[in-house]
Ligand binder design. Structure first.
Ligand SMILES: [Fe+2]
Ligand SMILES: [Fe+2]
Length: 456
C-alpha cells in the first residue's frame, strides 16, 4: 500500500476555473491559497504534487507569481489557468517559469490530460524530485547521511550512487569528486542533510589543523564548488539559478545557525519579514557576501551574512515612489534622497535596538563607497573603506546585475563576472573596488583564469 499522493495546491483560482478543476481532480486532496504575495511566499506544507495558479493580476504579474512559487517548488509542475484571451501568451508564461499555461475553456482537454498524468504518477508514488548539488571536501571513509544519485540524461533516469550512511571508499569518492556540478543529485526531501553536511565541512575547513595557506586554499576551492552551481548549464534557466542561490543560502544559514552566535539570525529574519519584495535581494547579498568572505578569508562570514541581510533596510524609510525605481531611473533629487539609505539603515538598526557588531554597521554605512572616492555617503576612498564594505558592495553588484527584471535577468552570472572583470580598468579614476580584492574575487568564480592586476 502506497501513501496517498500529496495534495494539489491551487492558487487564487476564480470560481469558474475552480469548478472545472474540481471536476478533473475528483477526490484528490486539494489545498487552496489566495493569489497574494504573503500567501505564496509563506512556507507551504505538505509539499504539493502539482500547483495550479489562477490568472495573473496587475498587482501580481505572471513572472512574479512564477518566481515566488518557484522559490518553494523548484521541480513541481506549475500550471497557469486563464480565461481571458487578452494577455494570454503561453510561451511567455512558460519562459516566466510556469510548466504550462492553459486558456480555458479552449484548452480544457489538454489541461485534463496534464493533470491526470501528474496525478497518475503521484498515486504510484513515482514522484521523487532531486536537486543537483556539488559535494565539497569529501574524504575516503566519509559517510554522508543523504543519498547521492547520478542522472543519466539519455534515458532520463536516476541511478543511486550511494545510500545514506554508506562509508564511501576511494573509487566512489573519486566519482563524486570528479562529477561536474549538476551530475550528482540528492533527493529533494534529504536536502536538509546536504545543507548540514556542507555547512559543517565549511566550518571544519575554516578551523582545521592546517596551515593558514592550506586552509585558505581548501576553503576557496569549496566555495568555488558551491558557487559553480550558479554557472552551470542548468542555471541558464531562471528558476534553477534561483534555486541554486537558495541552496547556497540554506548552507550559509545552516553554517550560521549551527555556529556559536546564532540567535540573531531568526530575529533579523523576523524584522525582514515585514519588508516583502526586496527580501530576496538581501538574502542573496547575504549569501554571496558570506561565501566571498569564506572564499577570500576576509572578515567573519557571520558578520558579512548579517550585513548583507540588513544592508538596505533603510530604503523602506524613503518615499514609496523612490523605492520601486532603480537608481538609473531616478531624478537627481530622488537620487539625492536615495543616497541617504546607508545612513538610514544604520539609524534604523539602532532605533530597532538590533545589536550588531561594530564592523557590521561600518560595512553597511560604507557599502556604496567606491575605491576612487566617487561613492556615497562620505566619498571615502582607498583603504578608508573597510574590506567588509567592499565585499558587500561586490555581492550587491553581482546580485543587481543578475537580478530578474520583467522576467529576465539583466545578465547571466557569467556575464556579470565578465562585467566585474571589465571594471579592472586601466583608468585609476574609474576604479570602484580595491584591485587586489577584485582580482581575488574573480579568481573565486568558476572558470576564471587567474588575472593580472590592473595595469599600473
Ligand atoms: Fe544599498
Ligand atoms: Fe543592495
Amino acid at each position: 500500500m502506497g501513501n496517498p499522493p500529496p495534495p494539489v495546491l491551487t492558487v487564487g483560482l476564480p470560481k469558474e476555473i475552480e469548478s472545472l478543476i474540481n471536476d478533473i481532480l475528483k477526490n484528490a486532496s486539494v489545498s487552496s491559497i489566495p493569489l497574494d504575495m504573503d500567501a505564496i511566499i509563506a512556507e507551504i506544507t505538505p509539499k504539493p504534487c502539482l500547483v495550479i495558479s489562477g490568472p495573473p493580476t496587475p498587482e501580481l504579474p505572471a513572472n512574479e507569481i512564477a518566481q515566488s512559487l518557484r522559490m518553494q517548488f523548484q521541480e513541481i509542475p506549475l500550471l497557469l489557468c486563464c480565461t481571458q484571451k487578452e494577455g494570454f501568451e503561453r510561451k511567455a508564461f512558460i519562459k516566466n517559469g510556469f510548466t504550462d499555461a492553459f486558456l480555458l475553456p479552449l484548452d480544457l482537454a489538454n489541461l485534463r490530460s496534464s493533470i491526470s498524468d501528474r496525478m497518475a504518477e503521484a498515486s504510484k508514488g513515482e514522484i521523487r524530485t532531486f536537486r543537483p548539488v556539488k559535494i565539497i571536501d569529501l574524504e575516503p571513509g566519509a559517510t554522508l547521511d543523504f543519498e547521492t544519485h547520478i542522472f543519466l540524461p539519455a534515458n532520463k533516469r536516476y541511478i543511486k550512487l550511494s545510500a545514506s550512511g554508506d562509508s564511501l571508499e576511494t573509487d566512489r569518492i573519486d566519482r563524486i569528486k570528479k562529477s561536474k556540478f549538476s551530475t550528482i543529485q540528492v533527493p529533494a526531501e534529504q536536502m536538509k542533510h546536504f545543507y548540514s553536511y556542507s555547512a559543517k565541512r565549511l566550518r571544519d575547513l575554516g578551523s582545521g589543523a592546517m596551515s593558514v595557506t592550506e586552509k585558505r586554499e581548501k576553503l576557496s576551492g569549496a566555495v568555488r564548488d558551491l558557487i559553480s552551481g550558479l554557472f552551470s548549464e542548468q542555471a541558464s534557466s531562471f528558476e534553477s539559478g534561483q534555486s541554486m542561490m537558495k541552496d547556497c543560502g540554506q548552507i550559509v544559514k545552516t553554517y550560521i545557525v549551527e555556529g556559536a552566535e546564532s540567535e540573531w539570525y531568526s530575529r533579523i529574519q523576523s524584522v525582514l519579514g515585514e519588508r516583502g519584495d526586496s527580501y530576496s535581494h538581501s538574502a542573496n547579498v547575504s549569501t554571496l557576501a558570506a561565501l566571498f568572505s569564506m572564499g577570500l578569508g576576509i572578515g567573519k562570514p557571520e558578520d558579512l551574512a548579517l550585513a548583507g541581510l540588513l544592508h538596505d533596510i533603510g530604503i523602506a524609510e524613503l518615499p514609496p515612489e523612490i523605492q520601486i525605481l532603480d537608481p538609473e531611473q531616478m531624478t537627481p533629487a530622488q537620487l539625492e534622497l536615495y543616497k541617504k539609505h546607508p545612513e538610514l539603515t544604520v539609524n534604523l538598526i539602532k532605533s530597532r535596538k538590533l545589536i550588531v557588531p561594530e564592523i557590521v554597521s561600518k560595512a553597511i554605512l560604507q557599502h556604496h563607497e567606491l575605491y576612487n572616492g566617487s561613492g556615497y555617503p562620505s566619498g571615502l576612498f582607498g583603504d578608508r573603506i573597510c574590506k567588509e564594505a567592499q565585499i558587500i558592495a561586490l555581492a550587491d553588484r553581482f546580485d543587481y546585475l543578475t537580478r530578474v527584471r520583467d522576467g529576465r535577468p539583466l545578465m547571466t552570472p557569467a556575464q556579470a563576472v565578465d562585467h566585474l572583470r571589465s571594471l579592472q580598468v586601466n583608468d585609476p579614476s574609474r576604479i570602484h573596488y580595491e584591485p587586489e580584492l577584485l582580482k581575488r574575487l574573480l579568481n573565486l568564480f568558476p572558470g576564471s583564469k587567474p588575472e593580472t592586476s590592473p595595469s599600473s
